[in-house]
Structure formats: structure tokens, C-alpha cells
Design a binder for this molecule. Structure first.
Ligand code: FAD
Length: 405
């Protein structure tokens, strides 16, 4: 379609944002070839990420494999702020009235107060750049201060929720970084610089995973650490089904999985907890989980998703240590202290108070009865005991690494 549109528009060249996934690279090579056959050129530009993946390398020229030095180098390279959109572009008559103004979605940060009229927090799915901008405005005005702390709490609207928009290019990460990280009101709130920096560091995790996939395309579906090559995962169709359907008996895991299938977006902490549960407590291959996530996430992105899974599973190059096994009960106690997140996604437990709502099997029978919870009937018993699951995972890991060495 692009070559024929370029022909119709009598365009001399085609400019686009450069994508880095294996599929996007194959697609762009094919488009470039087709354009070239017509005497046209393709100019892929930076924009989807903050940093230039070819430029950022270690002193010996190799790509980084660890986030922190990568992020330092990316920040030192100082990405450009986005340019303002041209106020008018010449559009050939064949395509519409000449001099049609550009899409307002190209707004780039300057004069952001004027650019965004609508107020309030928004849902996450309307595929509209204006909604993305609205959400960015909400975040800059009310979300970013305190983000370093609020981002951990699953029951509140404490993060930007820009991921679906970033994923589909409805807003660019340079635009977001320019407004949140350095532009916007940063200068007026020097004390809050920490929150803004934390946020930009998160955007740089997105860059990092994109960068790793760019330099090691095989890392999409292969363990990055060689010692996992012969790791024995469990073949556990029942455990996998319980995980997918949000009926593991661990309220926080079930809440996360039901948010995934119900809303298509999951809080980052819940992503970590459910991924840890699948790969450690159930010892199921992370690729099963990554595939299921990609089928359901509205922000599903091969690099961030599979990078995130390898991080949790401990198979990535810069991953959590294998023995970091999230305890779904203590995670809920700390990061959903009132039980609001669980209550929203696991309504059959909604009448339980903390701490019973975090671990109903520990609650006293009278409290369960009063809340209408009948374990084994309308809510399951835990499908695996935390300590047993944890010990099995650690033993399997030790076995596998000693075999490898
Ligand atoms: P905010 O906290 O507001 O962060 C702002 C932006 O920074 C995000 O929109 C995102 O682009 C980026 N970001 C934040 N945290 C991370 C991170 N850990 N890794 C990469 N980028 C990050 N993110 C996706 O965009 N797509 C995925 O498919 C995806 N799958 C994941 C799978 C697992 C197992 C895990 C642990 C994490 C995954 N993430 C994924 C990362 C993270 O959970 C989401 O980016 C974040 O929850 C999106 O919500 P937000 O926009 O409110 O984030």
C-alpha cells in the first residue's frame, strides 16, 4: 500500500518512524525495495524510542547487555526533543485539499496547556491520539508527583497508563519524556525531580528491551542465559489453565490474571507477581506466559513483554536473581494494603477484610462464612503451597546450574 500511495501522491521519498522488531525490519526492507523499484527512497527516522540503538555501544563497540550502563549511556547521548509539527503541509490534490493542516495528534510538547482541553483520568483503550495527550496532561498535572512511590500500589491510578499509546505510536516516547522528564513543570518542582527521573528511567527500560531485541533478535523466544538451555520445566496443563483463568487460589495472582483477560492492561507489579508465580511456583516455561500475555495485552509488545518475562524468570542477561521469588501474599499486604485491587478483580472475595483477603485459607471460618466465601466451592484452595513451590523451584535451579557447569 505504501508504494502505491507514494506513486499516487507523486512523492519523491517516504519518511517513517523506524521500528526494530524482527517483523518490522522484514516489512520495512520489503517496502524499501518496492519503493526503490519506483525510484523512491525510504527514510526511517528515530522517534519510537528515546535512544539511537546503533549509536549506543560499549567502548569495545559491543552492545550493552545490562540496563544501568545502557541507561547511563542513553542519557549521556541526550536525545533530541521532538520538533513542533509543521502548521501546514502541502498535500497533493490527489489526496485532498492542498495545504490541509496537520493532524493535531502531532502536538509535540510546547504550549501543552493550551493543546489539551479535556480534563480527568481516562480509560485506556480508545485508540485516539487526543486521548493519549489528555492522559499525558493528567499525568503531568496530577500523576507524576509522587510517582516513585505511587507506581507500586496496584489499587490506585498511580502510573501513566500510557503503554498502549506508546505501543501503537499514538504518542511518542520522546514527546512523553520531553513533557514529563524535562519540560512541563519540571523546573518549578526541583524537589520532585526524583519522580520525573524515575519515570524517565522506566521509559528507558522500554528502550533497553527494544535495544536488546534489536541486537539479539533470537532473545525474543530463546533463554538469554545458556544455563537454562536444559532447564526442566514442568508440563502442567492444569496449573497453566488455573493460572490463565485466575483461579490459583492466591487472590493477588488471580486479580492480576483477571485484569489481564478482563481489561487487557495489568499493573506492573501484578505482572511481576503473576509471572513469578507461573515460572517459579508452577515451574512452567516463561514462554507459555509470554505468549498468553501477548494475546491479551493492549500494550503487548514483543520486546518489553518477552524482556519482562525473561527478567522475572531469571533467564535474561540483566534479570532478577533466580531466587527472587515473589510471595503473592506479602506482595498484596505491602502493595494492595486495603485489598482494593483484589476486591475489584476477585469479587467473590470482596466482602473479606485485610488480612483475610490476602490469604483466605488462613482466615478464620466464621469470617469466611460471613463474607460468603466457601473455599473449594466458590473460591479455590491454593493450587500450590508457597514454601513447597519455592523450595522446588530453588532445588530445580540448583540442579540445572550444577549440571550446566
Ligand atoms: P508507567 O509506570 O507509567 O511507565 C511509563 C512507561 O514506561 C510505560 O508506558 C512503558 O512504556 C515504560 N515502562 C515502564 N515500566 C517498564 C518495564 N518494566 N519494562 C519496559 N517498559 C516499561 N510493557 C509494555 O509496554 N508492553 C508489554 O507487553 C509488557 N509486558 C510485560 C510483561 C511482564 C512479565 C512485565 C514484568 C512487564 C511488562 N511490561 C510491558 C512493562 C510494564 O509492566 C508496563 O510497561 C507498565 O505496566 C505499563 O503501565 P504504565 O504505562 O502505566 O507505566
Amino acid at each position: 500500500m505504501i508504494p502505491s500511495l507514494a506513486r499516487e501522491a507523486a512523492a519523491g521519498a517516504v519518511w517513517c518512524s523506524r521500528e526494530h522488531t524482527p517483523y518490522a525490519r522484514r516489512r520495512d526492507t520489503a517496502v524499501e525495495r518496492a519503493l526503490r523499484a519506483d525510484g523512491r527512497t525510504l527514510h526511517p527516522m528515530l522517534g519510537i524510542y528515546l535512544s539511537d540503538f546503533d549509536e549506543i555501544r560499549k567502548a569495545d563497540g559491543d552492545p550493552y547487555r545490562i540496563y544501568s550502563p545502557f541507561a547511563r549511556a542513553a542519557k549521556a547521548a541526550a536525545w533530541d526533543d521532538p520538533l513542533l509539527a509543521p502548521s501546514r503541509v502541502q498535500v497533493p490534490e490527489a489526496l485532498g485539499p492542498a495545504g490541509r493542516s496537520t493532524d493535531e495528534g502531532l502536538w509535540t510538547g510546547e504550549g501543552w496547556e493550551a493543546g489539551l482541553a479535556v480534563d480527568g483520568a481516562v480509560g485506556i483503550t480508545p485508540p485516539d491520539p487526543a486521548v493519549a495527550l489528555e492522559r499525558l496532561r493528567w499525568f503531568v498535572e496530577r500523576g507524576v508527583d509522587g510517582y516513585g512511590r505511587s507506581r507500586n500500589y496496584m489499587g490506585i491510578d498511580g502510573t501513566s497508563r500510557l503503554s498502549p499509546y506508546l505501543r501503537f505510536g499514538l504518542i511518542s516516547s520522546r514527546q512523553v519524556a520531553a513533557v514529563v522528564g524535562r519540560g512541563g513543570r519540571a523546573a518549578e518542582h526541583p524537589r520532585r525531580a526524583g519522580d520525573r527521573e524515575t519515570f524517565v528511567n522506566e521509559l528507558l527500560w522500554r528502550d533497553f528491551y527494544g535495544y536488546v531485541l534489536y541486537h539479539q533478535p533470537e532473545s525474543a523466544w530463546e533463554h538469554m542465559r545458556p544455563e537454562f538451555a536444559r532447564f526442566e520445566f514442568e508440563d502442567d496443563p492444569e496449573g497453566l489453565a488455573a493460572w490463565r483463568e485466575g483461579r490459583t487460589g492466591y487472590p493477588l495472582v488471580d486479580a492480576g490474571m483477571r485484569q489481564l483477560t478482563g481489561q487487557g492492561w495489568v499493573h506492573n507489579r501484578a505482572r511481576m507477581v503473576v509471572a513469578s508465580f507461573l515460572t517459579k511456583h508452577l515451574l512452567i516455561d516463561w514462554r507459555e506466559g509470554a505468549r498468553f500475555f501477548l494475546q491479551h495485552l493492549v500494550d503487548g509488545d514483543l520486546s518489553s513483554n518477552n524482556g519482562g518475562w525473561q527478567w522475572v524468570a531469571g533467564t535474561g542477561t540483566d534479570a532478577a536473581p533466580y531466587d527472587r521469588i515473589f510471595n503473592p501474599v506479602t506482595q498484596a499486604e505491602k502493595f494492595d494494603p486495603d485489598g482494593d485491587y483484589i476486591r475489584r478483580w476477585v469479587p467473590e472475595l470482596s466482602k473479606l477484610d485485610p488480612p483475610a483477603i490476602f490469604a483466605p485459607w488462613r482466615a478464620n471460618p466464621a469470617a469466611l462464612e460471613k463474607a460468603g466465601v466457601r473455599l473449594g466451592t466458590n473460591y479455590p484452595h491454593p493450587i500450590v503451597d508457597h514454601i513447597t513451590g519455592r523450595n522446588r523451584a530453588l532445588a530445580r535451579f540448583q540442579e540445572s546450574t550444577s549440571r550446566h557447569s
